[in-house]
Design a binder for this molecule. Sequence first.
Ligand code: AMP
Ligand code: ZN
Length: 115
Amino acid sequence: MAHDPNCVFCKIVAGSIPSKKVYEDEQVLAFHDIHPWAPVHVLVIPKEHVASLADVDDGHAPVLGRMLALAPKLMRDLGVKNGFRTVVNTGPDGGQEVYHLHMHVYGGPRPWAKG
Ligand code: AMP
Ligand code: ZN
């Protein structure tokens, strides 16, 4: 499985940087974002190092499907009952800061929510 020794999320997968894990299987890991933007804010990542969504090919479809399918289960388990938002920032214009593919899942009222 591809691994980048300089990548912060690969270090989380390896356990050399701590994280608040909420789910793990052989292909994916989910943990709380260190700077949450919402009452519930988790990141879902493939354990394999993939830099961004711009780098995936058809072979990644199963793990991408697994990541997306995990979101509702995580939100249920974390007590989110009124919907949630899923976001994948990709590349410089997409506002990506960490270059290990990750999906944000936000639940609860968000700071930018209107009304
Ligand atoms: P993005 O802008 O989509 O690349 O978002 C990267 C996210 O990773 C940000 O929301 C950060 O707060 C989060 N993050 C960075 N380092 C860590 C870490 N060590 N543990 C948990 N979340 C992190
Ligand atoms: Zn990585």
